[in-house]
Design a protein around this ligand. Sequence first.
Ligand SMILES: NC(=O)c1ccc[n+]([C@@H]2O[C@H](COP(=O)([O-])OP(=O)(O)OC[C@H]3O[C@@H](n4cnc5c(N)ncnc54)[C@H](OP(=O)(O)O)[C@@H]3O)[C@@H](O)[C@H]2O)c1
Length: 260
Amino acid sequence: MDLGLKGRRALVMGASRGIGGGIARALAAEGCDLVTAARGLDKLEEAAGILRTDHAVAVEPRRLDLGDEASVAEMEVFLAGDGVDILINNGGGPPPSGALGVTPELWRRHFESMVLALIRLTDAAVGPMRQRKWGRVLTVASSGVVQPIPTLGMSNTLRSSLIAFSKTLAGEVAADGVTANVILPGRIDTERVAELDAAAAKKQGGTIDDARRGAKATIPAGRYGTVAEFASTAAFLVSAPAGYITGSVVRVDGGLIRSI
Ligand SMILES: NC(=O)c1ccc[n+]([C@@H]2O[C@H](COP(=O)([O-])OP(=O)(O)OC[C@H]3O[C@@H](n4cnc5c(N)ncnc54)[C@H](OP(=O)(O)O)[C@@H]3O)[C@@H](O)[C@H]2O)c1
């Protein structure tokens, strides 16, 4: 299937590794030019070199810290000016926590980097998309917004608001050819998941292998998802043929979420 992404330009945030890195690769493989962003410019530059060589696309790495006001403001200016056709809202996750015992300072800090920064950047990016009558906004959230993960209280809580934001946005921009969707990773095999498994093993007093075995036992597919599986779903959701999919929340979770 031709995804119609050749010559389009996407901003992929959190693109230096994991899910964002995989989405950048999947889009580049479709001929999409990229702006890649994360805090660490060295890793972005390294990944950009590989993408340019492998796929002959333009890749422009940009430093972005979603937790830093000045950095977010700089990216807003870029998005409102040159703009992109496709925005992938992705970044780092919060540390493990329950619902209780989180300081107001931590709630505020993670709200600003995980929610407010993405809302601001989406707002800036959507203007040029509407003018061009074509655009895609895809937000990476978590299975925890549907089936809360007991050890990730901040993630469950803060990311739920991104679902409502995306759904509201979808209604506002659909007539201009812009779609807004959310994609929910269940357990995709990345560095962050490896860190969470290590933290779980420490808490349980077992090995990391025990923690991973326990986590896999909760997934009907019996395994973690691969970054490539997740990224190919994301690439489809921002593609031309997916133009009638908007306001949706798509699970890539091997059946982890038990509800319909
Ligand atoms: N993997 C899963 O199964 C899973 C499940 C549910 C939810 N998620 C969520 O999906 C997102 C991506 O997951 P992942 O597993 O790919 O995570 P990851 O391996 O930790 O990668 C996170 C990416 O975001 C960048 N980043 C981190 N903090 C940032 C900040 N303040 N500003 C800008 N960029 C930042 C990182 O680069 P720098 O460190 O260089 O900035 C990196 O490129 C995370 O938010 C995660 O919580 C993942």
